[in-house]
Design a protein around this ligand. Sequence first.
Ligand SMILES: Cc1cc2nc3c(=O)[nH]c(=O)nc-3n(C[C@H](O)[C@H](O)[C@H](O)COP(=O)(O)OP(=O)(O)OC[C@H]3O[C@@H](n4cnc5c(N)ncnc54)[C@H](O)[C@@H]3O)c2cc1C
Length: 544
Amino acid sequence: MKEVLVIGSGIAGLSCAIRCAENNVRVILVSPQPSERAQSVMAAGGINAVTMQCDECDSVSSHIEDTLRGGSWIAGKNAVTGLCSQAQDIIKYLEHIGTVFSIDSQGQPRRRAFGGQSHKRTYFCGSSTGKQIVSALVMEARRFEAAGLITRKLHTHFHSALIKDGMCYGVLLFDELKRTLTPFYASAVVMATGGQNALFGKTTGSILCDGYAAGRLFMQGALLKNLEFIQFHPTTLETDQKRMLITEAARGEGGRLFYEEGGRRVYFMEDKFGANGNLMTRDIVSREIYATNREVFLDVSFLGDRLIAERLQEVCDLCLKYRGIDICTQPIPVAPSVHFFMGGLAVHLNHETNIERLYAVGECASMYHGANRLGGNSLLAALYGGVVAADDLCQRTAPPHCPSFAQFIAHEERHLAAHLDSKSLFPVTYIRDMLADTMHDCMGIVRTEEGLTEGIDAVEYYQSIAEHLRYDSSVSMYANYSLTGILATAHASLSCALARNESRGAHYRDDAPQSKDGYAYATLVSYDDGAYRTWLDKEQAYES
Ligand SMILES: Cc1cc2nc3c(=O)[nH]c(=O)nc-3n(C[C@H](O)[C@H](O)[C@H](O)COP(=O)(O)OP(=O)(O)OC[C@H]3O[C@@H](n4cnc5c(N)ncnc54)[C@H](O)[C@@H]3O)c2cc1C
């Protein structure tokens, strides 16, 4: 019987594993933490779909157009068409497995407006859409677990892939408890490891998503795509631990952004863009907030206690808990922060990377969002991508024979052991903190050639010392060995941003503030023995 490895158990990994099991293919689902700890559970705002219950004038083609426009026309049209066309069935499936979407007094599903959308088409479950979807998928996965089709493997990290002559035969997994590497062979490997938050330290997302897996695969020959497109969410709240997301739903429900000048409120988004100004796409709102150079606030108090309690309870709780702010009477101080990565592993329409039998789904893959993602589209993309990959790989036969990886495995084991003995003065946490500062300074909302070049120089310096780091026992062994892959992802991101000498979507260059026709393509980046090469995907090999 065929066996598939799915690495990462957020919504994308669960979706893929369940679909494989439905096709009677055995799956090993690998993650360091249970699904309930994946970043997916943080999703609060909702999931987009045009269904029979939507406004009469809304349509799938309008969802497609909003998505392509939001992504500044560089997402693949075929991919986006598939995504939006299947959205209604995905909502039906989620309801079928027990996801309870919010309804109004007539029993009709509530939908909200998200930035950049022409109609209200975002379904939600109170303030806990991600949690509810994960719970329903986990219950479904357990059913297949009981039938012996899904095996969940916890406390385990992806270490590296077993690749020969452009084909993936399995992976080396790192067991966090035993601190050992073990090879696992499979007829296909699906990466579902999420975004690259660790590059920036404090973000709205989970530190479990660190960009290591993508970086390590990149060093092993996988292509990365569109890494310059990093979404800054315009409304986040500063706390000691992280940037807490103030969901876009707060603006979707009518929340207004303002700053104070001479004792009066300036509603700068409405002044510049009209009545819908607060709901412009995230890249635009983030840049406008940045440009005010002032403390900006979000006011929802006028919505009233009842509506706030009904639809924005989570925002209410987190503002009170972390900052003592009562949003029913006080405005919320907000600032943009890193939130989502449009870029990731380059995949074809079937979600296979340039390495045969290696797939990528969810936020670790780059496919549907172009230069900027619309709120509510990534949960949809994670669910849909998982199904597309599963349907494709389930049709394939197992590879005819598996070559020996003994030499590679011995080399990786020696490398891991040598790491433990290293005598360098720098602990890994120090480099990680330095990297986060570099990325915030050089890959922020506004970029320049000079800043990006400085960023690359800095990362190259960190890379030169990373091989000789002192083992840092204050963090896990994984946190120690993963630094090299994280640095490769950071270098690749800076290289993509430097190569894109224009502004588009979430990528804004102060020294090239306009979009240029010649750049209306995705960026690809490859790694060859320490050399980073970028080019525009003019043939659209990875887009449609
Ligand atoms: C605060 C917040 C709110 C959001 N709200 C919304 C919303 O309302 N609507 C929407 O559409 N999107 C939203 N998003 C985005 C959306 O939640 C994510 O894009 C989506 O959930 C990603 O799912 P995923 O399965 O790809 O990744 P994740 O859920 O991040 O799962 C990644 C998995 O990979 C595992 N993993 C990571 N590294 C390794 C490794 N080396 N080895 C093994 N396993 C590994 C992790 O442990 C985890 O299990 C939000 C994001 C944030 C941060």
